[in-house]
Ligand binder design. Sequence first.
Ligand code: SF4
Length: 349
Amino acid sequence: MALSESLPVRGPQPRILIVRLSALGDIVFATALLGNLRTRFPGAHIAWLAQQDFAGVIDGDPRLDELITIPRETLTSPAALLRLRRQLTERRFDWVIDSQGLLKSRILARLAGGATRIGFESKEPGAVFMHHLLPKGGAEDAIAAEYRELAQRITGVVADPPRLMITPAMRDRIAVAMAGYGLKPGFIALCPFTTRPQKHWVADYWAPLAKTLADAGHGPFVIFGGPANRDDAERILAQLPAPSFNLAGKTRLPELGAWLAQAGLVIGVDTGLTHIGIAVRRPTLALFGSTRPYLLGAESPLTVLYEDLPCAPCRRNPTCGGDWTCMRRLTPQRVATAARQLLTRECAA
Ligand code: SF4
């Protein structure tokens, strides 16, 4: 039986709060939960609590009634937490779903005061704040598996893969921005940046990859990233065949989905932008090394390249002394071959 069938609801429709504060890729993946809740409860009031620095990626999502954002500092300010508590409790949520499973997200779920609080089982403290703890389930190599499994346990409905919705207004806005750069739909988006060095592809590999693709008639190339990636993106850009563009730090979070939705192919490392490519259903080539790759369950054409080394996935504890063998073995030629296969499939579709 679906958990929701046994949960009390005070009004005619459930009032639901999703707590997923960060990070970019996880918020993108947690849209599988949002989509599933909206499908099962079309008349529900659904709100999402997220940190300001990540929330933009779901800003304007028509499946959401409300996006409640907090600055990171809220978590360390008793006065701000009290204000947030007032703000959340007056909304009288029936169900608060913590899809993060950390102490901080459990505390915020408790502050929200929902009649029923549901979350993940985890080793984190704060389990006492939750009424129902569900195991992180789903196939290990399926995309967004834990969020889809959580959704299905709550609603009883099989959850689709994550999806970001693009509003017509945002599509129009990006069309204008693209025209400003002389770009047309079908460019190749490069997403080289992430937080940990062991997740980066070799910086000098991007140029030979782009050259191989350009020689085959593909391009132009557009680099995406955050403000902190601008200089690194400029260094990659300097080696790319013309025309290529560096948009790192020049796009706002709410625009990213609409930008990548115009790409003919997204090539990226294990980072939020690559997940966005999948969530806007564009052909995506993901380069994995130190983290466990997802291989199943995407609705868009997806190729994941990774080396199944004995040391992988090392996650946050690499043992290769900075050699990053797993990523170096994904040579530009291998990546170009996979990219051309995806592009050919896209052209034939
Ligand atoms: S330890 Fe292995 S999996 Fe981890 S970064 Fe190094 S080569 Fe890659």
